[in-house]
Ligand binder design. Structure first.
Ligand SMILES: *[C@@H]1O[C@H](CO)[C@@H](O)[C@H](O)[C@H]1NC(C)=O
Ligand SMILES: *[C@@H]1O[C@H](CO)[C@@H](O)[C@H](O)[C@H]1NC(C)=O
Ligand SMILES: *[C@@H]1O[C@H](CO)[C@@H](O)[C@H](O)[C@H]1NC(C)=O
Ligand SMILES: *[C@@H]1O[C@H](CO)[C@@H](O)[C@H](O)[C@H]1NC(C)=O
Ligand SMILES: *[C@@H]1O[C@H](CO)[C@@H](O)[C@H](O)[C@H]1NC(C)=O
Ligand SMILES: *[C@@H]1O[C@H](CO)[C@@H](O)[C@H](O)[C@H]1NC(C)=O
Ligand SMILES: *[C@@H]1O[C@H](CO)[C@@H](O)[C@H](O)[C@H]1NC(C)=O
Length: 256
């Protein structure tokens, strides 16, 4: 008995003392490969100016090499136009393709910037619910994302935000439909207020474009999305850590 116990203790301690040993490596093994499909407007899209536009490129670049990350977001889209123009059908086709390969397929959905120009939040909410159900029907996993903040500041340094009710609606739908939620709206406001207007402007695609991002902006906000994703699915996803950028984001130190 004593010998057995000693042997067991030895086995356990030697396993702990040997990082990468088969015993330790066993835990995260057998994970299904993951793909991502992104649905949204220009604040997610990979825009015409290479690597600018939305956070999508930066998010995709935060993933392990060879992780499919298909950005189907479209400039100017509302939830309604995205469905009516057949863009959502293209997203569904991409999701089907990944699911058919046996991959766990996470689908981010972020709208609000254009929806707010045409209808009250509940209209977007109804369309988000349609999207969530359609994605689930083909075995994708919807992940609702609240709108990236615009970079409009009051003179006192706080963000002048108009997207709040659309972010709240997205949160409501995530609760009703029991989806994962990434509160990018909140995280981006917190970050922007810490770095301030001058540093925020350096992330804009062009001077005074407080909506779209340049390549550096996609890196920063893509990383914020990656970190929110990792927080929502701790250590389950092929996200490559970037401790330097993450530390700067958490502390509100400008990276560019
Ligand atoms: C973004 O678009 C450029 C071409 O304009 C392409 O080379 C790049 O792979 C795209 N990135 C993503 C993440 O889709
Ligand atoms: C939601 O979709 C409906 C059509 O089903 C459309 O009338 C409405 O404008 C859409 N809402 C938004 C905010 O796009
Ligand atoms: C999207 O696909 C569905 C099912 O095939 C079809 O009924 C619908 O008309 C399509 N929508 C558009 C806008 O093409
Ligand atoms: C900053 O200014 C805005 C607009 O005047 C105001 O609504 C907000 O309460 C102010 N915030 C702080 C923290 O002073
Ligand atoms: C940007 O905004 C500033 C201040 O409002 C203005 O003076 C300048 O002309 C604008 N620049 C461009 C390129 O629109
Ligand atoms: C994901 O979150 C876990 C738990 O907080 C953390 O230990 C890990 O470093 C994070 N991974 C990445 C890639 O950021
Ligand atoms: C991004 O940041 C780098 C390093 O600070 C800078 O050289 C580059 O000009 C920036 N790119 C844009 C598009 O502002």
């Amino acid at each position: 008995m004593q010998l057995l116990l000693t042997t067991l203790l030895f086995l356990v301690s030697s396993a702990i003392a040997t990082p990468g040993s088969p015993v330790l490596a066993a835990a995260p093994a057998a994970t299904t490969p993951v793909s991502f499909v992104l649905v949204g407007d220009s604040t997610t899209n990979n825009d015409t100016v290479v690597d600018s536009g939305g956070w999508g490129n930066g998010f995709c670049a935060s993933l392990a090499k060879n992780t499919p990350c298909i950005n189907t977001a479209h400039d100017g889209a509302t939830t309604g136009s995205f469905i009516a123009q057949g863009l959502f059908n293209k997203s569904l086709a991409a999701i089907k393709g990944e699911v058919a390969k046996g991959r766990r397929t996470l689908v981010t959905i972020q709208f609000g910037h254009n929806d707010m120009k045409i209808a009250p939040p509940a209209s977007m909410g109804a369309n988000l619910t349609i999207m969530v159900n359609a994605i689930r029907a083909i075995k994708g996993e919807p992940v609702l994302v609240t709108s990236l903040s615009r970079r409009n500041f009051f003179p006192n340094g706080t963000i002048n935000d108009a997207l709040g009710p659309w972010a709240d609606e997205t949160i409501l739908i995530s609760q009703q439909e029991k989806t994962h939620l990434l509160d990018l709206h909140k995280a981006s406001i917190t970050y922007l207020q810490k770095i301030g207007q001058a540093a925020a402007n350096r992330l804009s695609r062009t001077l005074n474009d407080t909506t779209h991002l340049n390549a550096n902006g996609t890196i920063v906000f893509g990383r914020i999305v990656a970190n929110l994703m990792n927080a929502s699915y701790p250590n389950q996803l092929p996200i490559i850590a970037n401790p330097t950028l993450t530390n700067q984001i958490n502390k509100g130190i400008p990276s560019f």
